[in-house]
Design a protein around this ligand. Structure first.
Ligand SMILES: NC(=O)c1ccc[n+]([C@@H]2O[C@H](COP(=O)([O-])OP(=O)(O)OC[C@H]3O[C@@H](n4cnc5c(N)ncnc54)[C@H](O)[C@@H]3O)[C@@H](O)[C@H]2O)c1
Length: 340
């Protein structure tokens, strides 16, 4: 859903995700970006030029001045460790969208939530997978009853991810679940709500120095009749033949399988595929063409949702910090379960 009034945006951070996803998505949606700031000025300048952003700010104070002048939403896309200090400098009552994760651990997540509430910030976290066009479609089919009662969710990634693209991830005590599988935990919560508990084991690659876990097995426990599992291995550097990247949703009367192209042959990617089977619709697998994909299209959703919330405080904003905090609680439980 798009808002009636488009609010302008001020961006803090000019890294990879802003270049590859935020700005292309906002361009598609017609959202206007008024100002950008990064402590590496050259990166901010490069993006300002490429995306016609009128103001490159030299520091956070200047960014805030611009944002207040134009009534902007603050869009923060920094490493999670920088969130608390940046948030505490924003004016009271400001609308703000934070990149995921919401802090590096549950202590930071609690502090972020408390700060947002104390300063009355209208805040959200960019768990944008909920808005990926194939997830929107899956949600619709399930709501229409086409696969019956959902009782099985399977996320499987056996891919090769070149982690050196994200320098800031090296040396962190927590990595794969906090920065990657977190999307799947949040997505499964979107379909099934909060689980009773989670069990997890996350594992370090023996041959990559200074990088913590890159493989995780997570069980989200929804009781006796629902299975929800996440299985990731980012180290499959042995050709495309056996790379896998999919979500599968199974119900009592059908199933949905989505091939997630972005992680295959990364960073080139392969096309997504969306198929479903319904006993109500011919008892056979059908392919559906989905317009748009996770990167960048899904990035429209959290920002549009925040604009809708600004317009109408009764609007259900599915990416609120309050909701995101539950995903952070599960991430913490996963690490505790894994002995970390
Ligand atoms: N799908 C997703 O939602 C997704 C994907 C990738 C990254 N991310 C998140 O986005 C954030 C940024 O990731 P990225 O891939 O763009 O990283 P990046 O390393 O490419 O960019 C980070 C940028 O932040 C700047 N920076 C760091 N601290 C700063 C500070 N205190 N003030 C101003 N600028 C500062 C750096 O100069 C850099 O340009 C991370 O939190 C990451 O988890 C989300």
């Amino acid at each position: 859903m798009l808002p009636k009034i488009l609010r302008p945006i001020a961006i803090i951070g000019a890294g990879g995700i802003v270049k590859e996803a935020h700005l292309p998505a906002y361009k598609k949606a017609g959202f206007e970006v008024k100002a950008i700031f990064d402590r590496d000025l050259s990166k901010a300048k490069e993006l300002a030029e490429a995306f016609n952003i009128p103001k490159v700010c030299a520091n956070i104070e200047e960014l805030i001045e611009q944002a207040e002048k134009h009534q902007c939403i603050y869009d923060i896309a920094l490493p999670a460790s920088a969130f608390l200090s940046v948030l505490s400098s924003l004016p009271k009552g400001a609308p703000v969208l934070l990149q995921k994760p919401m802090g590096e651990d549950i202590t930071q997540a609690k502090a972020i939530l408390a700060l947002c509430q104390e300063r009355n910030l209208l805040a959200g976290v960019n768990f944008q997978l909920r808005h990926a066009p194939y997830i929107v479609k899956a949600k619709q089919l399930i709501a229409q009853g086409l696969i019956g009662q959902l009782h099985d969710v399977d996320v499987r990634m056996n891919v090769f991810t070149p982690w050196e693209l994200w320098e800031f991830l090296f040396g962190l005590p927590r990595m794969e679940i906090l920065y990657h599988s977190i999307h799947y935990i949040d997505m499964i919560r979107y379909f099934l709500g909060n689980p009773q508990r989670v069990l997890a084991k996350t594992t370090k690659p023996p041959h990559i120095k200074n990088l913590s876990s890159t493989r995780s097995s997570i069980i989200m426990d929804y009781g006796a009749e629902i299975r929800a599992n996440i299985n990731t291995n980012h180290g499959h550097n042995f050709g495309l033949k056996h790379q896998e990247s999919y979500f599968k949703f199974e119900g009592t009367e059908g199933a949905i399988k989505i091939k997630i192209g972005v992680y295959l042959d990364y960073p080139k990617g392969l096309p997504d595929e969306f198929e479903y089977f319904s006993v109500k619709e011919g008892n056979c697998w059908q392919k559906v063409k989905i317009n748009g994909t996770w990167f960048p299209d899904a990035f429209i959703g959290p920002m549009a949702g925040l604009m809708c919330k600004l317009e109408n405080r009764e609007y259900t904003f599915i990416n609120s910090v309050e909701d995101a905090f539950h995903t952070m609680e599960l991430v913490e439980e996963c690490y505790l379960s894994s002995g970390l």
